[in-house]
Write a protein of this length. Sequence first.
Length: 512
Amino acid sequence: MNKEVRVRFAPSPTGALHIGGVRTALYNFLFARKMGGKFLLRIEDTDQTRFVSGAEAYIKDALEWLNISPDESPWSPGNCGPYRQSERKPMYMQYALDLVEKGHAYYAFDTSEELDAMRERLTAARVVSPQYNTITRTQMKNSLTLPEDEVKARLASGDPYVIRIKIPRKEEVRLNDMIRGWVMVHSNTLDDKVLMKSDGMPTYHLANIVDDHLMGITHVIRGEEWLPSAPLHVLLYRYFGWEDSMPQFAHLPLLLKPDGNGKLSKRDADKHGFPVFPMDWADPNSGDKAIGFKEAGYLPDAFLNFLAFLGWNPGDHRELFTLDELVDAFSVERIGKSGTKFDINKAKWFNEQYLRSKTDQELSRYLIADVEKDGLSVSEDKAAKIVAIMKERATFPADLWKEGKFMLIAPQKFDEAVASKKWNQEAITVLSTYKEKLANLNESITAESAKALLEESAAVHDIKFGKVMQAVRLAVTGVGAGPDLMAVFEIIGKEELISRISYALDTLQIQS
RNA sequence: GGUCCGUUCGUCUAGGGGUUAGGACGUAUCCCUUUCACGGAUAAAACACGGGUUCGAUUCCCGUACGGACUACCA
């Protein structure tokens, strides 16, 4: 019998959701949709010291922005709540105690000073990896070494304690990762990880196994940083007696720095000037600010498409995928094994593709908002016309206005380099005539009529129209490059055009 | 250091015992054109190294190198 696929994304609310986390969420979402299953979100807030207010709301907002919201979550609960581990706190202890009873876990009373001393001792003795394990636990204060009476007395008197897993001495632990195949680890390299902390909270290891089991999780898709502790998790499933329903694991390759070494981090964002977070974030504790893809002008579909391709590909040459198409094409088998360097250029390219696929009306919204922010106004009709000729050259919606300002604002000064090369007597002659012809025109101009008139103006002086185009552009826009000039003329309109030409004729000097 | 994972153009990747090793971003050149951009075309650009196995290895195996993750009462 096939169980319904249930996957989860389990972030901890310790700050802004990192782009790697967003990709993990996306892959979980895609897999759930593809398999007709459910995508849940669980908040892993068992470390109360690292809690950051606003982080959970940030996670919610980011997923909503990207349209990959979970089916079950703290804010849209299903039947497996609560969806915050802090709210599940009362249920973990019984599982830890179950393990103690079965002899797979034990109480440990060592203070942090004693643990430090142990590590120092081992380091001094040149033990390769100082850890609390099958060997060292015999020298520590725990229910394996202390007399039973003392253990009972300590527990009764409220001595602080943790519960540790008792790793078996000689055992090969293996798991079949969906991405990496069989991974084998010998238990003697594992340590007796803490399961229950002295504050009564479970650690990640205990909580994630208990919750995944209780929530019916069938596949755990998470980052590669979890691979080393996966054997421990397998052991836990076994000791709980849940091995038959143990989820399948898929450990995703990491997102790496663009220049080589290590995981992508916020520092890379600052260093290279691109975002690594989905949205802007201001840390309430440190006051640190970080820019987001959303605010930087990335369209959600483009960002998602870009993200999907960081470690996955459909196996053919298609690159542009809507969310639905991604769902359709997605498979865990096609996720790569190796770490992926982050290339912002590719993200920009995706954004350009999506920007161009939007209608002029859709994009006008951005332009109108930006225009009004500058204290100007523009009709919807005109905005759409501006967008039509600007969107082919924009990467972000903000470029529409940033690069197209000259269409509503007359130039005050002119590009010197262009002026010295192109501004000459021929240009002045043609423009003077053009200005007159425009002034004598009774109707408003179109791109076609503007061009016909300009050609005429050049022809009467026996000058080739192409020869003066650069100068004309300079006169009207102030710069030497831009979109189709005649389309610009149509948008600017006759009166404004005449006024700009007059200003240029009065201002620009011929340089020799 | 130990354990685990990885390694195809600069980057993301396809491929897989015999291929001109394919695509995309970026770069360069050309075409289009009133400029720039878009678009189109072309080019440069990769199987980390060493051993096996094999008629043949980039592909399979083993080493080495390099990179990464993990190594907390953090997740």
